[in-house]
Design a protein around this ligand. Structure first.
Ligand code: PA5
Length: 397
């Protein structure tokens, strides 16, 4: 179960009349969202994918020692952040999945090649456009590594391509070489592709994807509250709260805050508007950015993600440590609010697969609503093209 409180610690910043005016547009906004072209992520999942993903994952586990996932942005952060939340900190026994494709660092790529040299690995390259530079550079380098060891025939079982259903260089590559492939549908963009093969295939190696799918669609019940969240954010923005700081109290949720930054950053940061998403991991960052939040420039509000119960039990001073962690969270909310920082709270009963999957859907809905409230297109990211053009020109010189 997930509970939301967007009122208690925002109260003194929100004008109730303005809130009601915007909140009353809910049905209009839901319609507007449904009428957007890129909303395939709100539709039922294709059951054939589920069957094929499970088969493919089993095949990988039976035949290889590890899977290398290559992708960037929305094509990797969903499954990466999800799996980090459920892995063990130490002595993790899950099937090894290496995430690559997010860097042009030669240090990283040289070490990765060396690491993989004597491993029995396969690749899953994920790119909707099929033309993303970082993804392609990593793919070519690791494909060459495979080519040095295996025949073209063998490559067919070691390369899995997840890309647009009908266009793009990777689609071509899969067709020409007869590589196994999965589709990212036309009406689903990268950061909204959590419930597509882009994320479900890597996740299927270690998790029951039926639980993920069930949890995700449970999120459907959160449409109203997702809109309330979007409205609250927008009204805080109108009060010059232009930064949203996501606060988590589990180190394993740090990558999830990266997913949140990517989702909100690319969805609403355009045409000179949007709220800048940042994150702090507590209690670690209370000893760094915590100072700024408490006493610095009052440009931000915070969204806390709390976990009510923990499976792990540690006793400290005759008290449960998880309880102490949550007491700290509650105290920080009060302290920051008293320092002029509005605080929103999301509370999951447990950090489990169903809750996190619902939360992912909730955030995707909220991000899309937020963009619509800012009057910008939630589903494009034209700004990202600008650096790509510069790079292209520089490389052609
Ligand atoms: O969310 C998005 O749409 C982007 O972050 C993309 O996922 C990212 O740029 C990678 O694009 P592609 O999947 O085309 O390689």
């Amino acid at each position: 179960m997930i509970k939301f409180d967007f009122k208690t610690y925002t109260n003194s910043f929100i004008n109730q009349e303005e809130f009601n005016d915007l909140y009353n547009k809910k049905n209009e906004m839901i319609e507007k969202l449904k009428n957007c072209k890129m909303t395939g992520w709100m539709k039922p999942i294709n059951q054939d994918w589920v069957t094929n993903i499970k088969k493919c994952a089993q095949n990988i586990k039976n035949n290889f020692d590890c899977l290398v996932v290559i992708g960037i942005g929305g094509s990797f952060l969903g499954s990466y952040s999800f799996s980090k939340m459920f892995q063990k900190y130490f002595d993790d026994k899950s099937f090894p999945v290496i995430y690559a494709g997010t860097t042009l660092s030669s240090k990283y790529l040289e070490e990765l090649q060396r690491h993989l040299e004597h491993k029995n690995f396969c690749l899953n390259v994920i790119s909707k456009s099929g033309s993303t530079m970082e993804t392609n550079v990593t793919y070519q380098i690791l494909k060459d590594l495979l080519k040095r060891k295996y025949s073209d025939e063998e490559l067919k079982s070691r390369i899995i391509i997840t890309t647009d259903k009908s266009t793009g260089p990777l689609h071509e590559e899969a067709m020409v070489n007869n590589y196994q492939s999965f589709e990212i549908p036309e009406d689903i963009g990268g950061r909204y592709s959590f419930l597509t093969p882009a994320h479900l295939l890597p996740l299927a190696l270690n998790y029951n994807i039926d639980d993920i799918i069930e949890g995700y669609y449970e999120g459907d019940r959160l449409v109203d509250i997702a809109y309330e969240y979007a409205v609250t954010r927008k009204l805080l923005f109108n009060q010059h709260k232009v930064v949203e700081n996501f606060c988590v109290y589990e180190e394993c949720m740090a990558p999830f805050t990266e997913w949140l930054k990517q989702l909100f950053g690319e969805t609403e940061g355009k045409e000179g508007v949007g709220i800048l998403p940042t994150s702090t991991i507590h209690t670690r960052d209370l000893h760094s950015l915590g100072q700024f939040v408490q006493e610095g420039n009052k440009i931000l509000f915070e969204t806390f993600i709390k976990i009510t119960n923990s499976d792990s039990f540690v006793e400290y001073n005759k008290q449960e440590l998880h309880r102490i962690n949550n007491i700290v969270l509650d105290s920080v909310v009060k302290a920051h609010y008293s320092g002029g920082v509005p605080c929103l709270e999301i509370e999951m009963t447990e950090l489990d697969i169903e809750n996190v999957s619902s939360l992912i859907y909730f955030f995707m809905l909220s991000a899309a609503f937020s963009a619509l409230l800012f009057n910008v297109d939630p589903f494009n990211q034209p700004g990202v093209e600008v650096y790509k053009k510069e790079v292209k020109q520089a490389l052609e010189k």
